[in-house]
Ligand binder design. Structure first.
Ligand code: ZN
Ligand code: ZN
Length: 244
């Protein structure tokens, strides 16, 4: 039993370490790209924010480890032990499930985020676990993963838990992670990259972009959502957009 567990455990830990490195690198490359883009599109926007950006990078790299460990262990279990409901043949489930599963993952993640985020704004939890994220005033492209470890843990468990519950094609899972990464960064980068026409359109009115999340960083007790404005609107916490 121990002999059996030994190599498996070592491989799972190696996968956790590798995933931590991947998440950390992904953060540095994508945040670095959008920070560079910000310098081109809004020169001087991050002027004088050097110390804040340093703190954002340190907290984000710590978060990368907290995200990488469960993701790495689940990835190992998927490859080696047949864990999870991730599938690789698109015909394992009806084709309509490909877009439906994308929406399901985003909606479930958004729901988890909205309610945990509201809890994190209760005074004691805020001081303990969420003040780190709000220390970014105004946030920058480097703040995407700038979380206290407790907050990082609440975010890190979502996708590794969902893959055990909701079937998803491996490519759609990649798309979920891409959307999660890009929106996490662009919602914090301090300017709106999406065209006004989309933001102010009817479907655009249900989506969260920088104009929506920026207001959360300005006013705190509103606009708690992650991808969609569904819960904010339903619960009366949506205060609309604020052009950053
Ligand atoms: Zn934020
Ligand atoms: Zn908040």
């Amino acid at each position: 039993m121990v002999a059996n567990l030994g190599p498996g455990l070592a491989a799972a830990l190696a996968s956790a370490a590798a995933m931590t490195a991947i998440v950390g690198l992904r953060y540095l490359v994508t945040s670095g790209f959008f920070a560079w883009l910000t310098g081109r599109v809004r020169p001087g926007l991050y002027q004088g924010l050097g110390p804040q950006i340093g703190a954002e990078i340190r907290w984000s790299l710590l978060s990368a480890a907290i995200y990488g460990v469960p993701a790495g262990i689940v990835a190992w279990g998927w490859r080696e032990r047949g864990w999870t409901r991730i599938y690789t043949d698109v015909h394992d489930w009806p084709l309509w499930w490909l877009p439906a599963s994308l929406f399901a993952y985003l909606f479930l993640h958004d729901t988890w985020f909205y309610w945990t985020h509201r809890a994190l704004h209760r005074p004691r939890l805020f001081v303990l676990a969420h003040a780190v994220h709000h220390a970014s005033r105004p946030p920058t492209a480097w703040a995407a993963m700038s979380f206290h470890p407790i907050e990082a843990l609440t975010g890190a468990v979502v996708v590794p838990a969902l893959v055990f519950l909701v079937p998803i094609h491996v490519a759609v899972l990649g798309l979920v992670l891409l959307i999660m990464t890009v929106m996490g960064i662009t919602n914090h980068m301090g300017w709106e990259m999406f065209p006004r026409r989309l933001i102010h359109s009817r479907p655009g009115g249900w989506l969260i972009t920088a104009s929506h999340h920026h207001r959360h960083h300005e006013q705190y007790r509103c606009n708690y959502g992650l991808y969609f404005r569904f819960w904010d609107r339903l619960c009366g916490t949506d205060r609309g957009l604020l052009a950053p």
